[in-house]
Every structure is written in structure tokens, then in C-alpha cells.
Write a protein that binds this ligand. Sequence first.
Ligand code: G6P
Ligand code: MG
Length: 214
Amino acid sequence: MKACIFDLDGVLVDTAKYHFIAWQRLANNLQVDFTEHDNEQLKGLSRDASLDYILKKGKISASSSEKEVWKEQKNNWYLELVNTMQENEVLPNCKELLSDLKSNGIKIGLGSASKNAALILTRVNIKHYFDVIIDGTVTSISKPNPEVFLLGAKVLDLQPNECIVFEDAINGVIAAKAGGFKTIGIGEKEVLTEADLVFPDLSSLNFEMLNRIV
Ligand code: G6P
Ligand code: MG
């Protein structure tokens, strides 16, 4: 293990609940029902792919300018929520784990589809831990394509099998496995079936045990 590459939403911070509120608000405005199950499908997908999912569900065809307006609307609602985030909204053991990995010489990367990733890392004060940040501003293909993680490994000058990816979304787990990464699912075993190992959250993880089990 030479590097750990973390997804952001749902792994380091609990922003999935804010994405849910904002997507549900948009979907309901468009007369489309939007459930927790729908939200699960959107985890890890880009903003474009997420809107396409909702439009498909509602059998709505839209012009690209309409799509731009709706994406901006959703993002504004999302940002209203994100801008209230406090430093203590990192998930349990997040800072302790990042700090432990760093002091043991492990490189730390971010592999997120979000275009708001840098803002969120700054808001919760963990940006300084990262050696590389690959996010939605630099990727062109959404998870489950492995691009985001492969770019991270490339910038770190490492092979995928020297890096562990931490993911809470099925699309992200599939992406990491497709890229050849060791993959730790964060969430439920029944959902993250393709992951090498699954933990409910980061709370039991540290350098010593990760080094032992991977
Ligand atoms: C993450 C989340 C998705 C979100 C995507 C894009 O992957 O899991 O739910 O849609 O980022 O986020 P953004 O902040 O750019 O809209
Ligand atoms: Mg996620």
C-alpha cells in the first residue's frame, strides 16, 4: 500500500444527504418522483449523468439549454446547504485516519466526480492532507468508468495495485475494480457487492490494520 484514494461524498463527508435534498427538489419541480433508491443510483455519478437519470425516469426530453438551467438550479440549492457545513461534518475518524496515513508515508488522493470537491475539502478543513485532487473539474467520463482513479494513480506515479480506493457508491466500486485498484467499500456489504472488503464507515480503520489486510 503506497497510496489511499478517497471518494469524497459519503466517504469523508456526509454530503449525500444534501445531494438528495437538492435533486429531490429539482425532480419534484419537474413532476418526477425521487426516492432514496433513486439517490442511491446517483451516488458517484456526475451532475450531467444524474440529471439524465431523472429526465429518463420522468420520460422528459429537454434541450441542452434547459438542462444547463436545471443543473445550475440544483447546484445552487446544493451549495446553499454545503455553505452551512461546519468543520465537524467530516465523518467519524476521517481526520485521524488521514493524519495516521500521512505520518506513515502513505500518499493521499481524492477521486471524486464532484465539481464542488475543493470547496467542500476547504470548508471542513482537510484539503491540506491531499497530495492529489482529481475531481469533476478535470475528469471527462463519469464513474463507473475508472478514469478518475487512474488519473490519481498517474499523478502519484503509482500503479493501481499499489493504491487502495475507498468508495461508498456501487458505481465507484465498479470504477475502482475496473481500474485494477484494491477497493474498500464504505457502507453495506449487500449494496457494495464488488468491493474487496466492506466497512460500515471509516471508524475502525488505521494505517496498521490497512497495511495488514490489503
Ligand atoms: C459525487 C456524488 C454525486 C454527485 C457528483 C457530482 O460523485 O456522489 O451524487 O452528483 O459527485 O457532484 P457535483 O458537486 O459536481 O454536482
Ligand atoms: Mg460517494
